[in-house]
Design a protein around this ligand. Structure first.
Ligand code: NAI
Length: 334
């Protein structure tokens, strides 16, 4: 049995976390959850958005499944997600972008894995208000942090026999920062027998919309990675479908790409698939691939039928009804 910290989060977080717990329990996943929340909901009750109990739990368990956390826009506390990624140096944000089910989609050959640097770039939070009319944000790119994420992408590509690694930058304009990232990528690529492609981020956005099948493993900086993974979600059914993990040297926090979806929170409409698939990545990593695949097959079966889709996928099922359909599928033994 593994003890895993469960951060239900804000907005739709508690609804989807409940669904995930039920499904993991139905497949007898060898996981015991230690539930410690963070974010706005906790802030309102306890005056702290990152309680000490969370740090204690994470440092003990080293594994967490996390729901989305609301971050105030333009003011208020800094993103809890960014804080956790920086505090525990969770430098790899890995987001597989491949369809989990036969949904109506423009492309049937999307199969990318996006590696996003998770600790620096414009997300370092080095911002300064110069005057009422001027503000600066410093973009930080270092050799060390670029190298470890690029190497992680190449190691993954080598380990899983992927076709290529695409490095995304805007090195034609940001010659110092993105230029450094690209130089490091060219150096790292020499250690591997895998073709490396270079592309500028604006062209990447267009190519992903026109011909996403050409990309395999993709590695990029923090901001570009954030934007491109949402774009990737749009290719495979939307934000309700895309899982992810933040990994450091000895800790991993599994979480969906999507946010707390305040527009549908509390309405029973959230699609729990992304969080469930994030839990599957966790199961893979703790040596429970069979159980993870059993859940993935159930997701594929249920969502391939238009009658058993949630509203974001054009269906009419509520979170609870969809969870029930999944429970009926996983019910058999693994
Ligand atoms: P969002 O991802 O919460 O929502 C964007 C759109 O996608 C909304 O229409 C929403 O209803 C829909 N959506 C997202 N997840 C869904 C799901 N599982 N099922 C069905 N529909 C879903 O992005 P938004 O609105 O920009 O951000 C809301 C809050 O979430 C903000 O405070 C933001 O900072 C936070 N956020 C947190 C993240 C995290 O904790 N990892 C990641 C991204 C945003």
């Amino acid at each position: 049995m593994k003890t895993v910290t469960l951060i239900a989060g804000d907005g739709i977080g508690p609804e989807i976390a409940e669904a995930v717990k039920e499904i993991l329990s139905a497949v007898d996943a060898p996981i015991v959850f230690e539930e410690v929340n963070a974010g706005s909901t906790v802030f309102e009750k306890e005056g702290s958005y990152l309680p000490d109990a969370l740090f204690r739990s994470l440092e003990k368990n080293k594994l967490a499944l996390k729901g989305p956390i609301t971050t105030p826009i333009g003011h208020g506390f800094r993103s809890v997600n960014v804080e956790l990624r920086k505090k525990y140096d969770l430098y790899q944000n890995i987001r597989p972008i491949c369809p989990a089910a036969k949904l109506p989609m423009k492309f049937d050959d999307v199969d990318m894995v996006l590696f996003r640097e998770n600790t620096e770039d414009l997300y370092a939070g080095v911002e300064k208000i110069i005057s009422d009319d001027e503000a600066h944000s410093i973009k930080i790119i270092t050799r060390e942090k670029s190298e470890r994420i690029i190497r992680a992408a190449f190691e993954y590509a080598a380990g899983f026999h992927r076709r290529s690694v695409t490095v995304v930058t805007k090195a034609n304009i940001m010659k110092a920062t993105d230029g450094l990232f690209l130089d490091v990528a060219r150096e790292v690529a020499k250690d591997y027998d895998i073709p490396m492609k270079e592309i500028l981020v604006d062209n990447m956005a267009m190519q992903m919309v026109m011909n996403p099948g050409q990309f395999d493993v993709v590695v990029t900086e923090n901001l570009y990675g954030d934007i491109l993974s949402d774009l990737g979600a749009g290719l495979i059914g939307g934000l309700g479908m895309i899982p992810g993990v933040n990994k450091g040297r000895d800790m991993a926090i599994y979480e969906s790409v999507h946010g707390s979806a305040p527009d549908i929170a509390g309405k029973g409409l959230a699609n729990p698939t992304a969080m469930l698939l994030s839990a599957c990545l966790l199961l893979d990593d703790i040596g429970e691939r069979e159980k993870a695949d059993h859940i993935r097959r159930a997701v594929d079966d249920v969502l391939s039928n238009p009658a058993t889709r949630t509203r974001d996928l054009g269906g009419s099922l509520t979170t609870k009804e969809y969870t029930q359909a999944l429970l009926e599928k996983v019910g058999g033994s693994c």
